[in-house]
Design a protein around this ligand. Structure first.
Ligand code: HEM
Length: 251
């Protein structure tokens, strides 16, 4: 098992759950909880669902191949879990968008005026496209091996990029919400700021787990394929060092 993988994976869980907990406490205890009636309580569902979906579920979907490798989980089950976690994230993000748009409309607040909202729409659209392409290419109808391998490095790049964009959008959203509440260092501000920091740390650790070369070694066939394909053309000795050969590539 690669050095520090388990502590990092555990730390990622702690940070992700802490982010969700902080946003929940902020929305429930300090901003009157949730409702679906056009009120500010409906708005509260927006940050709550966005953080659960596009940060926590999505981050876990990204590292699920690493977490399950070596545990003898059937490959199709991991693929389905990777997809289902992202589907849940997408559903959360759509409900969160409907919540904030309806809240704005019900209160005659203009839509799409902020950088946060523009970056947010870009995040959700890119996330939806990534999910769609991933489904078509890897699950159904599932393209031949050659095309899947070709697409893999872009899939991984955009996967991490979109998580980073979601993290940046969350920071802007927290900043805006706190600014609406007034410029003062109260408990709400502390909750929001700490949630921002844990979001940064969570996305950073997910990205680190995905890009750390050691964690590719024998950890998942998918990474093995991606890694081997990436270096094969350069005749990199790592191809053999990492145990990737024609058997693992064609499995
Ligand atoms: C990746 C996660 C998020 C995405 C994709 C996202 C997306 C969006 C979008 C598209 C809007 C515009 C709605 C409209 O114009 O009617 C919006 C509004 C808003 N969001 Fe988020 N959001 C996210 C997370 C958050 C978080 C964590 C907060 C923190 C409290 C937040 C606070 C706000 C606020 C205050 C508004 C209303 C002001 C504005 O339109 O900029 N958002 N969000």
């Amino acid at each position: 098992m690669a050095l520090l993988f388990i502590p990092l994976a555990v730390l990622a869980q702690i940070l992700g759950l802490t982010t969700v907990a902080l946003i929940s406490v902020w929305m429930i205890k300090y901003l009157d909880g949730f409702a679906w009636d056009g009120s500010s309580q409906q708005f509260n569902l927006h940050p709550f669902l966005m953080v659960i979906g596009l940060i926590y579920f999505y981050g876990n979907a990204i590292i699920i191949y690493r977490i399950t490798s070596g545990l003898n989980v059937p490959r199709l089950a991991v693929k389905l879990a990777h997809f289902i976690l992202q589907l849940c994230a997408f559903i959360c993000s759509i409900i969160a968008l409907v919540a904030v748009f309806q809240f704005h409309n019900a209160n005659q607040i203009p839509n799409m005026y902020s950088m946060h909202s523009w970056a947010g729409i870009a995040t959700v659209v890119m996330f939806g496209l990534q999910l769609l392409f991933g489904f078509l290419i890897f699950l159904f109808p599932k393209l031949p091996e050659r095309y899947r391998t070709l697409y893999m490095s872009s899939h991984i790049f955009f996967g991490v990029f979109i998580l980073g964009l979601a993290g940046a959008t969350v920071l802007m959203g927290i900043g805006e919400k706190l600014a609406f509440a007034g410029s003062t260092l109260n408990t709400e501000a502390i909750l929001g700021n700490v949630a921002g920091l844990t979001t940064i740390a969570f996305t950073c650790i997910i990205a680190y787990i995905i890009y750390k070369p050691d964690y590719y070694a024998d950890r998942s066939l998918t990474s093995c394929k991606m890694f081997c394909t990436g270096v094969q053309s350069n005749q990199d000795p790592l191809v053999t060092k990492k145990g990737c050969n024609s058997d693992t590539l064609n499995a």
